[in-house]
Design a protein around this ligand. Structure first.
Ligand code: ATP
Ligand code: FE
Length: 361
């Protein structure tokens, strides 16, 4: 089988065709980072307008790249949520229209399930149940993935997501990143700066490491982010001095990664206490493209005697491939959606199996 996947939940207009055996037949991704850069954040109306403008080209290019026409695919999958309403609406409307042309099955995909399931693409050995660590621009969560459509949350962030913290700290450190570069956000800039830095020069406390919160599987990144800002404002380092930037980036990354490592280990213990014999740890989402994060989670996996499974770094950030693959997985289980389905702005991953879910939430 072949599935066309469409992703427009945020600021990437992406599409891909993926085969049932996990081959990427074609993929296209158009960023709009430079559009929003001047505003210091994503402007919803602008994002939707750019999806409208870019999607026809992205779809044509994707089908052309695979040497297919729309009648040659077996289903159309589209990100249904969570995300920005106006942006989601563009992708959903396009998917419905395309599917309608040849009466193709339509699959509404949860963006975070797509991030998670990508670790299984073309991999029969990545089996359910697994412990899942989703670290991205909008999420920082540990879950048990019992099956497609069936997730149980263990821990989640109490404030900022880890991706947001990377972005904001990078900005406070005055780090820049060329718009042309994949990945969105400033996470890659921080990772690169950290590689040149000495993490021991500005030691930072690991979040939630004190007695009361040490036992919680939740995450917190706002305190760490604020700590860096206060140090800068107090003149503890100079955000214009390259070595200070690098050392501070390294210190932040070390503390953030240690936090992720400890809470992931705790999530694994919780999963075992619930009687879940997980086959592996899956990490995905933009921050899972970070090499230090991958190393730390690999160490947790090793201690748990299971493998760590991550999509290749470039597919950890938003893309059309993950939506197409999630489409394959859901199609195989008969999880199709009626043409009347609507996007869902706020949509907890552990409530997927409660469908039919309210049309809008
Ligand atoms: P969500 O998936 O929660 O809806 P999103 O789709 O905006 O959010 P992703 O595209 O999955 O997020 O990930 C983007 C985030 O990942 C950004 O915050 C970015 O800075 C971060 N990121 C990307 N690469 C790296 C890296 N190498 N190191 C750290 N963070 C990174
Ligand atoms: Fe994402």
């Amino acid at each position: 089988i072949r599935v066309l996947g469409i992703e427009t939940s945020c600021d990437d207009t992406a599409a891909a065709v993926v085969s049932g055996d996990g081959r990427i037949l074609s993929e296209t991704n158009r960023h709009q980072h430079s559009v929003h850069a001047a505003f210091g954040g994503i402007v919803p109306g602008l994002a939707a307008a750019h999806h409208q403008a870019n999607l026809p080209l992205v779809l044509r290019q994707t089908l052309l790249g695979a040497g297919l026409s729309i009648g040659d695919v077996d289903a159309v999958a589209v990100t249904r949520g969570p995300g920005m309403a106006a942006s989601l609406g563009v992708g959903v409307a396009a998917a419905k229209a395309l599917a309608a042309v040849h009466a193709l099955p339509l699959v509404g995909v949860h963006h975070m399930e797509a991030h998670a399931l990508l670790a299984r693409m073309g991999r029969d050995d990545v089996r359910f149940p697994f412990v899942c660590v989703l670290v991205s621009g909008g999420h920082t969560t540990t879950l048990v993935a019992h099956d497609v459509n069936r997730y149980a949350t263990i821990g989640a962030t109490r404030d900022d997501s880890v991706g947001e913290a990377f972005d904001k700290v990078a900005r406070d450190l005055g780090l820049a990143w060329p718009d042309a570069q994949d990945g969105g956000g400033l996470g890659p800039a921080l990772e690169q700066a950290a590689a040149r830095g000495d993490a021991a020069r500005f030691p930072l406390p690991v979040p939630m490491d004190k007695s009361a919160s040490a036992a919680s599987p939740d995450f917190s990144f706002a305190g760490l982010k604020t700590h860096v800002r206060r140090m800068r404002d107090a003149g503890a380092f100079d955000a214009r001095a390259p070595q200070d930037q690098a050392d501070m980036a390294a210190a932040f990354q070390r503390a953030a990664v240690a936090h992720l490592r400890k809470k992931t280990a705790l999530a694994c213990r919780r999963a075992r206490a619930m009687g879940v014999d997980f086959s592996c740890i899956v990490a995905s989402g933009g921050v899972a493209s970070n090499a230090a994060v991958r190393r730390a989670l690999a160490a947790v996996a090793e201690a748990e005697r299971v493998p760590l499974e991550c999509p290749p770094p470039r597919l950890c950030t938003d893309n059309g491939v993950m939506v197409a693959w999630a489409g394959v997985e859901r199609l195989r289980r008969g999880l199709l959606d009626p043409y009347t389905f609507d996007f869902i702005q706020r949509w907890p991953l552990d409530r997927l199996s409660e469908m039919p879910y309210p049309a809008r939430a």
